[in-house]
Design a binder for this molecule. Structure first.
Ligand SMILES: *[C@@H]1O[C@H](CO)[C@@H](O)[C@H](O)[C@H]1NC(C)=O
Ligand SMILES: *[C@@H]1O[C@H](CO)[C@@H](O)[C@H](O)[C@H]1NC(C)=O
Ligand SMILES: *[C@@H]1O[C@H](CO)[C@@H](O)[C@H](O)[C@H]1NC(C)=O
Ligand SMILES: *[C@@H]1O[C@H](CO)[C@@H](O)[C@H](O)[C@H]1NC(C)=O
Ligand SMILES: *[C@@H]1O[C@H](CO)[C@@H](O)[C@H](O)[C@H]1NC(C)=O
Length: 290
């Protein structure tokens, strides 16, 4: 067994990842002061109370506890490749299309928005409200991956029913996606393309979402605070169930394909940006970007 091609391939992938990670760490070390400044800026409400503390110590703490960056998925090596169901707890415009095509490419049955001809979000809420497991009212079988459960901000089921979903699907592999908050904001603002009067950002602002009440969501800072608190909730909630796993990835990381291969086994070539292309059309004001 230890000489099987699968095991050798996984060892090779780990070696490649380790080498690239080491070189990146060296590079990061050099730019750490810069990165830290940016982090504090986007995360200022959370870290304000620490400001008077020793700077070097603080940098370490912010680095390891950041709610806007993925934690290293260090505890999964023994369990990998991970088993389905794979459930994406991330946000719209944060890699769900890439996750969907990644799992499909790996031969898994992945759903994206729709579950058996209806919106996944709606059948999930129906199941939960009936006191049943989250997917029990979704008329669909043998799903390996739920790449997107929500129906956009109007039914952001993974946020509003986080506890019920995590509790209700035992031994699941949850995925939490991260990306630069400014880029996320721009992406929301530009989606769908050519529809500036009703973009995804405005739809978030209009809805009453857990952690993002109606009227909030007007600038990067408000989205950052919302996402930070959500990330903390997700980490806390999944940690209550030892059979469940939480995989955190930065969809903008050049290494994300390799990281996915390391934990899921599916080839890194299956990863690619399938729904981007509009993220560079910046139509938001400087003020909103603060
Ligand atoms: C979850 O995993 C544990 C340990 O592997 C196992 O004992 C348990 O039966 C699993 N639960 C379900 C519902 O599959
Ligand atoms: C996020 O992206 C913006 C715009 O490209 C950039 O100015 C900023 O430095 C980035 N923030 C982080 C934390 O990398
Ligand atoms: C928003 O939802 C919360 C429950 O999640 C509720 O308590 C609150 O009244 C709602 N606010 C509005 C304006 O509907
Ligand atoms: C970018 O925005 C401009 C004006 O806001 C618009 O004319 C153009 O079509 C947009 N480009 C894309 C790719 O959406
Ligand atoms: C974000 O918008 C809110 C509401 O307009 C405002 O109170 C807050 O100061 C803004 N934050 C930044 C950093 O501009």
């Amino acid at each position: 067994m230890s000489n099987s091609p699968l095991t050798n391939r996984r060892l090779f992938v780990r070696l490649v990842v380790a080498l690239i990670v080491t070189s990146l760490m060296l590079k990061n070390l050099i730019s750490q002061q810069n990165a830290y400044d940016v982090q504090l800026f986007s995360d200022n409400t959370v870290n304000a109370r620490k400001e008077s503390e020793d700077e070097a110590e603080e940098a370490d703490e912010v680095e390891s506890e950041s709610c806007l960056r993925p934690r290293r998925n260090s505890n999964v090596a023994a369990k990998s490749p991970l088993r389905p169901p794979f459930i994406n707890l991330g946000m719209p415009k944060m890699g769900s299309t890439s996750l969907d095509s990644y799992f499909k490419c790996g031969g898994y049955n992945s759903v994206h928005w729709t579950c058996g001809g209806r919106m996944c979000a709606d059948c999930i809420v129906k199941g939960i409200k009936a006191g049943l497991p989250p997917f029990s009212k979704c008329n669909i079988k043998n799903v390996d991956a739920y790449a997107q459960m929500d129906r956009g901000p109007e039914n952001l089921v993974q946020v509003n029913y986080l506890n019920e979903i995590v509790r209700g699907v035992p031994n699941a592999t949850f995925i939490l996606t991260f990306r630069n908050m400014t880029k996320w904001y721009i992406s929301l603002t530009n989606w769908p393309p050519k529809q500036p009067e009703n973009n995804m950002r405005m739809r978030f602002e209009r809805e009453n979402i857990t952690g993002l009440p109606k009227g909030v969501g007007r600038n990067v800072s408000e989205f950052s605070s919302f996402y930070c608190e959500y990330v903390k909730r997700v980490r806390e909630e999944v940690a209550k169930y030892p059979g469940s796993e939480l995989i955190e990835i930065d969809i903008e990381d050049a290494l994300v394909g390799w990281q996915m291969e390391e934990v899921f086994g599916t080839n890194h070539m299956c990863w690619g940006d399938r729904n981007g292309g509009y993220t560079k059309n910046m139509t938001v004001t400087e003020e909103e970007l603060q």
